[in-house]
Design a binder for this molecule. Sequence first.
Ligand SMILES: Cc1ncc(COP(=O)(O)O)c(C=O)c1O
Length: 447
Amino acid sequence: MEQISSESRKGPTPMGATPMPPDLERHLAGMSEHKQDILRRSHDYLMPHRVATWLGAGVPLVIGRREGYRIWDVDGHELQDLHLNGGTFNFGHRNPELVAELVDAVRTLDVGNHHFPSEARALLAERLAELTPGDLQYSVLAPSGSEAIDMAIKSARRATGRRKVVSFERGYHGRSGLSGAAGNDDHARFFDSAFDDDFVRVPFSDADALADTLCDDDVALFMAEPLPATAGFPIPEPGFYAEARRLCDEHGTLLLVDEVQTGLGRSGRLWAIEHFDAEPDMLVTGKGLGGGLYPIGVLVLSPDAAGWLHEDGWGYVSTFGGSELGCRIALTALEIATRPATTQLVERNAARLRAGLDELAERHAHLVEIRQLGVIFALRFAGDHGALVMAAELYRAGLWAMPAGFDRSVLQFKLGLLVDDAYCDEALEKLDGALARVGGGPSGSAG
Ligand SMILES: Cc1ncc(COP(=O)(O)O)c(C=O)c1O
């Protein structure tokens, strides 16, 4: 691939665009020319606000090399990856088994023709029916989690003849039309694409609020991420999902679990909802399902929710939805996630990291709360923006972890499924050092 060089860049700034202002330019000092040039081009042609935000936050990351659970900035800064882009890299960056599967698949397949059945799509759908809870049976194959969520909303409306959708405040289900209107809809508002009458929000894990919202028997769908990532992976109240299931049954509402982040083994079970005693009518998976190599998102539906599939075979079409290459990767990803060796490793790493974190919390008052389900960890720090400060400090120490989108005091601290003891210990050591620097030293010194 051609490398970006100063010579090959078209010019300093495109016509009419704003050049990188001096206060941003100053962040480029000390970087290689190559990296400066990527950042300027990204600013000038692609994502000015993001470049400004990351530079201002002290995270000037431009990812180059990537292997296993590590990434390297193009200038060589090595980072443990404890964000994994929301689980996209659950099985590691460029997992050798998944790469081999993709290479093998591309010898004989391509995206396929979505108008027709195919072996790869049929096998994936059958496997998902076997592996998902309850009577979930039919799959709708999409190119992303957002589109799978859109189809969940449409399926629920078609099945119930109702329009309303209930989701959690501070939830996130994607940024396409319907998915973007669910959960936190700031960006739907930004683009004047919110649907105020149709999308209703309730506080996380609040069964009374949910009961009030469903009581008019006019809600098509209650959609929930079992532990909402953007809210900082809060743990639901005991019995909440069982009660949500009961309420949905009572009021004729369908229940969707969004397992885009929480699924595929990270919680210690294949799907996080399996911890909570409730069988959904629909489940959405994505991100890690494509192994970080090929995009795929899937909506799995119960027969009752999937009625439209019998009525209109073209009710949903997507050229790249369920690409055969993506299906082959997804089948392999499911195979790795369900291996007993993987489950055992997750259990072991979860316990090791938890023990280390508990010990750190005793010594550093700045770490005020640890949330955990399997290897999904979230750490709450003192101060409203505690996680932003910690993320920048950890970045300098060689660890990438991302603050929760709608709670800047919480840092998502998520192990991959296949890490080893040494990896956990290294992460704990970096966290210990960062806590000492940010919290002003051990024990009770946090602000
Ligand atoms: C919980 C959840 N649902 C849905 C999505 C949307 O998935 P995608 O980005 O593949 O459209 C995301 C993406 O971050 C997510 O975290």
